[in-house]
Design a protein around this ligand. Structure first.
Ligand code: SF4
Length: 303
């Protein structure tokens, strides 16, 4: 997909009064519900813990390195500099999230060294498709949010936002997962459209390009949204939220088996795999209004 260099601006009407936010939704949680309502319940209402996997940890590490890379002066953003950031960033992540240390048996230095090497390999994929010396991102790991439908706060962290001299926006998302891309591409695009909608609603500019960077395959996938499409997408998000509210009121979240089940941590509790979900939590136990940042938040979501 190739993006046309067009900026689509649509002035937004001034808000009559500040909206009353009743709920919030992130792209990961919205995509969970779309993928499988029961998965949404397990994550957002039951708040069942999910043990980090090596693949998820690698994704988190590579995202951290790419974020820090742009702290360096442009000329210093070389593959070697990125490689030099891998071990210190891993140490920082483990200090902040001690559960990551449990991924490797104590003393198994070889496994951890392999892991760090594999992260460096993904960074090579990054340098094959972009030259960070020629980029000056406007924002990195930025929390963006907007209110739609007068009461629903949609929000999420985008990996990177580039702004061209003419004001055009490019949203960039790094994908580090090793899972088959076709299983996750619709989900990834959903996430990017979510960010595009937030940017359009807050800045009045439709991003020119939504870019997925597949680091493992060293491939770029560009998508150019337009205002009409984002308007339709906004209606989809609102309808999705209404469906979540109805499912919560009925306490009815059905499993929807798919290829993504292979990456689901909750098969043991899923009726589609012979399991039984826990009793529905008492009201307020899992407040879907609170939608914490996590990476990745779904099977392959942010990888
Ligand atoms: S195993 Fe599949 S059907 Fe069951 S909760 Fe997970 S994603 Fe849904």
């Amino acid at each position: 997909m190739t993006a046309e260099p067009v900026i689509d601006t649509q002035p937004l009407p001034p808000a009559a009064e500040p909206p009353t936010v009743r709920a919030s939704l992130s792209p990961s949680r919205a995509a969970d519900f779309k993928t499988c309502p029961l998965l949404y319940r397990f994550r957002s209402i039951d708040r069942l813990p999910e043990r980090p996997t090596v693949e998820q940890a690698r994704g988190t590490l590579v995202h951290a390195v790419l974020e820090r890379l742009f702290d360096l002066p442009a000329a210093a953003r070389t593959p070697r500099s990125a490689g030099d950031l891998v071990a210190p960033q891993w140490d920082r992540l483990v200090a902040e999230q001690p559960e990551l240390a449990s991924l490797f048996t104590e003393g198994d230095a070889a496994a951890q060294a392999d892991f760090l090497r594999s992260a460096a390999g993904l960074l090579e994929g990054y340098f094959a498709v972009e030259d960070p010396r020629r980029l000056e991102p406007a924002e990195r790991e930025a929390l963006i949010s907007a209110v739609v439908d007068g009461e629903l706060l949609i929000r999420g962290y985008l990996d990177r936002l580039d702004v061209a001299p003419d004001g055009a926006l490019r949203v960039v998302d790094y994908k580090t997962g090793g899972a088959p891309r076709e299983a996750f591409e619709a989900r990834a695009l959903f996430q990017l459209k979510f960010y595009a909608l937030v940017l359009w609603r807050t800045r009045g500019v439709v991003p020119r390009v939504l870019r997925l960077l597949y680091l493992k395959d060293a491939e770029v996938c560009d998508y150019a949204p337009d205002a009409e499409e984002l308007l339709r997408f906004e209606r989809t998000v609102v309808a999705l939220w209404q469906a979540i509210e109805q499912a919560t009121a009925r306490q009815e979240f059905r499993p929807r088996p798919s290829r993504l089940c292979d990456w689901c941590s909750h098969q043991a509790r899923c009726p589609s795999f012979g399991g039984t979900p826990p009793p529905f939590p008492a009201a307020g136990a899992g407040d879907p209004l609170t939608d914490a940042r996590s990476r990745p938040a779904a099977p392959g979501a942010d990888e």
